[in-house]
Design a protein. Structure first.
Length: 336
């Protein structure tokens, strides 16, 4: 008897005029519906990232082939493997690497993936916390590693974190605070999320409106480092507020994909703008980031910033993340 499993699927419909729409629903599939890969998993947890919001709500820009199982994060147990690196029964995780974009993703009870980007779940975290960290937390750690590689240390001054109450921002704050950095959190939700951000470790919470409108090319020098998930004018203002030789990491475009700035911070203050790409990160960088997440993220805080939902509720959460109403991280209990 063929066993079926539940999976979200995004399908494309094209009407008579040639206009395409994309809709997501829960289907019952079999292993024959999975794509190629050398490791097959029973998926236990996935999560809701901004990209998953776009995919599940039928928005363009993420899904590149149809029908597709969305979900850029998958955590599960190996049930079959052709890779020497893994054995049946291993708990593993995968972030990005095409999952939920060009390859069937984690919002399903089964997955078959390419082991080249597969990482063992750190024992100290376990499967649920690994999914709670997910792509957002992995990206957060890639950003922190870039700040460290630039040579910035806690004694150099406060670090600005934008998009603070979101998934990336929340985990950046928790990690930086644990490493001893003074953190300034920029949020559009000072009233509702200010206490939450201070509990994560922010020492100051500012209204994102201070950064969102066009400002002077060079502003007073405040931060040796900025971790930005917002882009657009916010990132331009953040660059203008870096101290001499400082660094801004850029991973997201919650405000916009534009960068309407000037050369001044680069040529007069020698600042660095470092792009962060989690999707194509090589295995060595993935393993480095996950090892650091296992040691440098306070799991009590991680639990506090995590909300658990069932598989069927993924689209409601997708709608909420696109409206900016979620905070922290949302994990999907794929078996519930
Ligand atoms: N480069 C990569 O590999 C990579 C990996 C993961 C994520 N990302 C990107 O990073 C960004 C953040 O991801 P996430 O998972 O943290 O998403 P998220 O949970 O939706 O958080 C985004 C946060 O950005 C802020 N924001 C939203 N709209 C804004 C606006 N118009 N102006 C200024 N701030 C705004 C909000 O924070 P407040 O409510 O605190 O203001 C929101 O919570 C997204 O663009 C995502 O696609 C990129």
């Amino acid at each position: 008897m063929t066993t079926t499993f539940r999976a979200w699927q995004v399908e494309k419909q094209t009407d008579a005029s040639g206009t395409a729409t994309h809709t997501a629903s829960v289907s019952h599939l079999t292993d024959d519906d999975l794509m190629d890969g050398d490791v097959t998993l029973d998926v236990s947890w996935s999560s809701i990232n901004y990209k998953d919001g776009l995919a599940l709500m039928g928005k363009p820009g993420v899904v590149r082939t149809w029908p597709l199982i969305p979900g850029i994060d998958a955590v599960g147990t190996v049930t079959a493997t052709e890779s020497d690196r893994f054995q049946v029964g291993d708990e593993v995780l995968m972030n990005g690497a095409g999952l939920g974009e060009s390859h069937h993703g984690g919002l399903a009870e089964r997955a078959r993936v390419d082991s080249a980007s597969l990482v063992r779940v750190p024992e100290s975290l376990g499967a649920k916390r690994a999914a709670a960290i997910g792509t957002a937390g992995f990206t957060a750690m890639l950003s922190v590693l870039a700040v460290e590689r630039h040579g910035v240390s806690p004694g150099d001054g406060p670090v600005l974190v934008t998009g603070a109450a979101g998934g990336v921002g929340s985990i950046v704050i928790a990690v930086l605070a644990r490493l001893g950095f003074e953190v300034v959190a920029s949020t559009g939700r000072v009233d509702s999320q200010g206490d939450y951000l201070r509990r994560l470790g922010a020492s100051t919470v500012i209204d994102r409106a201070e950064l969102s409108d066009a400002g002077k090319p060079l502003q007073s020098q405040k931060y040796p480092a900025v971790v930005d998930a917002v882009g657009s004018t916010t990132l331009v203002n953040a660059l203008a507020q870096l101290t001499y030789g400082g660094i801004a990491t850029a991973c997201g475009l919650a405000q916009g994909a534009d960068l309407p700035g000037t050369m001044m911070p680069f040529i007069l203050r020698g600042v660095t703008l470092a792009g962060i790409n989690s999707v194509d990160a090589p295995l060595s960088r993935r393993e480095e980031a996950w090892a650091r997440l296992a040691t440098d993220l306070n799991t009590d805080l991680l639990d506090e910033l995590t909300t658990r939902i069932a598989l069927a509720d993924a689209r409601d959460a997708a709608d909420q993340i696109l409206q900016g109403k979620l905070h922290g991280r949302t994990v999907v209990d794929v078996r519930a």
